[in-house]
Design a protein around this ligand. Structure first.
Ligand code: DOR
Ligand code: ZN
Length: 355
């Protein structure tokens, strides 16, 4: 681990307004709860397309963007309006023409879900080769490929699925499309961090706050804790430490993506509980907690506010936010349509708060 200067004397930190490069906001009534949380903190957010039905056309992406914007509060003085950055859901037969229409509509990327990998991924890709003509068009048009990097085969241990994906899917994909920009989303292992660091300028990764803060023990401490269950699942402590090292290294290959993924509490506290941690209510505070614990508050701005837009070739935000060292306790639940949403670390004290 790198030796850090002590940041514990810091009482506040002002940084360029961050962006969330990976978030699930769902649709319908849920938008009213979750979009204001994300818009309060982030200038932009890359919106995942795994709603029902999945977002597979430019027209659907544009309509979804309008519904998200309708749920966003007006910007605070001095800030530009919140900007959702839309994505398409890659399927076995997403036509190359749709990529061109999507680009014209401002869509920034397509998301690869291996079929069956996670929430609403049944329409996902069954064989990457089926997508190759579409990927060629994306490479040419400059759309990014965002990857849920897990194999789905039931004979591969759940905890090994990310590492196996690198060898069997990602390395061949990288070789076949050398200039396609790929974001390996929500990486969870030392293997993924090492791969991304060595894979050249067209490859980057997002890291969630929960994978920086917790290892897999969190899911089982004193009983099953479904609110810590997400995919890819939390891993061993050595992996958490490797992710903290990557996020706080100052390497532009790693940037912020919360993977905040709201589910109604009764569907997580269930015999077959849904995967996803909700962190949008206190996203930047949770990251600050992780960076502070590593003595690396000076690296937070690069990770949260610079390297994401640089990789997407978008301008960095111009306004700033300020975090203050101040203990506060987020609520244990929020209304979520007719249901209840239980945020990660709800009811637990956090050390940093956005002013
Ligand atoms: O935990 C997760 N939840 N991982 C994913 O990949 C999807 C997400 C969701 O949409 O709920
Ligand atoms: Zn996700």
């Amino acid at each position: 681990m790198t030796q850090r200067s002590d940041s514990r004397h810091l009482s506040s930190l002002t940084l360029i307004r961050p962006d969330d490069w990976h978030v699930h906001v769902r649709d319908g009534e849920a938008l009213k709860t979750v979009v204001p949380h994300t818009a309060a903190q982030f200038g932009r957010a890359v919106i995942m397309p795994n709603v029902r039905p999945p977002v597979t056309t430019a027209a659907q992406a544009v309509a979804y963007r309008e519904r998200i914007l309708a749920a966003a509060p007006p910007p605070l003085p001095g800030h530009t309006p919140f900007k959702p950055l839309m994505t398409l859901y890659l399927t076995d037969n997403l036509p190359p023409d749709e990529i061109k229409r999507a680009k014209d509509a401002g869509v920034v990327a397509a998301k690869l879900y291996p079929a069956g990998a996670t929430t609403n991924s049944d329409a996902g890709v069954t064989d990457l080769r089926k997508t190759y003509t579409t990927l060629e068009t994306m490479q040419r048009e400059g759309l990014l490929l965002l990857v849920h990097g897990e194999v789905t085969s039931s004979d591969i241990d759940l905890f090994d699925r990310e590492a196996v994906f690198i060898d069997t899917e990602l390395i061949p994909l990288r070789r076949d499309f050398p200039e396609l920009k790929i974001v390996f989303e929500h990486i969870t292992t030392r293997e993924a961090a090492q791969y991304v660091q060595s894979a050249g300028n067209y490859t980057a990764a997002t890291i969630t706050a929960h994978h920086l803060l917790y290892n897999r023990n969190a899911m089982f401490s004193g009983g099953m804790r479904p609110h810590y269950y997400c995919l890819p699942v939390l891993k061993r402590e050595i992996h958490r430490q490797a992710l903290v090292d990557a996020a706080t290294s100052g390497s532009p290959h790693f940037f912020l993506g919360t993977d905040s993924a709201p589910h109604a509490a009764h569907l997580k506290e269930h015999a077959s509980g849904c995967a996803g941690c909700y962190t949008a209510h206190a996203a930047i505070e949770l990251y600050a907690q992780a960076f502070d614990a590593a003595g690396a508050m000076d690296k937070l701005e690069g990770f949260a506010s610079w390297y994401g837009p640089d990789f997407y070739q978008l301008p960095r935000n111009e306004s700033t936010i300020t975090l203050r060292r101040e203990a506060w306790t987020p609520p244990e639940s929020y209304a979520f349509g007719e249901a209840v949403l239980k945020p990660l670390a709800g009811g637990q004290a956090l050390q940093w708060r956005m002013v």
